[in-house]
Write a protein that binds this ligand. Sequence first.
Ligand code: ZN
Length: 272
Amino acid sequence: MRQVTVQPRLPSFLPHQNPRPKETFLGKTMKFLILSDIHGNREALEAVLKDAGGQYHRIVCLGDIVGYGADPNFVVDWARSQVSAIVRGNHDAACAGLESLSRFNDNAADAAMWSRHVLTRKNLAYLKALPAGPVFHEGFDLAHGSPFGEYDYMCSTPDVAIISHRITTPLTFFGHTHDQGGFQIKRNGKINVIDPRVPTRLALAPRSRYLVNPGSVGQPRDRNPDAAYAIYSPAECRIEFRRVEYDAKAAGKKIVKAGLPERLALRLLVGV
Ligand code: ZN
């Protein structure tokens, strides 16, 4: 008898399976503000919220809300009241005392120790209780590094090729690299790099899986100092990558005034 080999079906982004938002807000379908790596940068966060004002219904956050920046309490207070889903980043874990600082460079370790010292007890408790990703929320996954670890870096197609067969969700948002863009895993396994500049709006293609990075709000490293974020519209199968200028000088001055390494202030001006 002839043997028929059945290829295992990988999950994919099929329009008919597209998890439509169950809820609506004032009669409109749900849109999500996707934020990552705020890193205690109040000026950048406020600029993003102003720029995106009125264009989303819920906020999700991909971790690293503290570390590096001089306003960790402001950002955690905001997250506690405003964010509908969030995962823990490696800096959140370190600042909360859940991780040793051995994996951090000197500047990151200094900032983590300083943040741990100035964070209120309530805010430290919030950071300690954050869930490690991935978290499934409203039809998509949230992760910090990768779906398999908050310290994983997904920087290149070889990084993604190693894990692509294990990704079971059509759409995963991730952060950690501070680099806006991401990856499309096509049905045949081919991996395309998503360049957020070409185009700024990403139309999610059927039968692909996506790993999408909104970029860093508070410490961009893709040679563009403007705060980065994304808006996801499930009903339109579309993700919009956005940038907004903010007062990086003011954020940097606070970093220096707090006694944190000057390099952490300077890098905000150039986006590296
Ligand atoms: Zn980060």
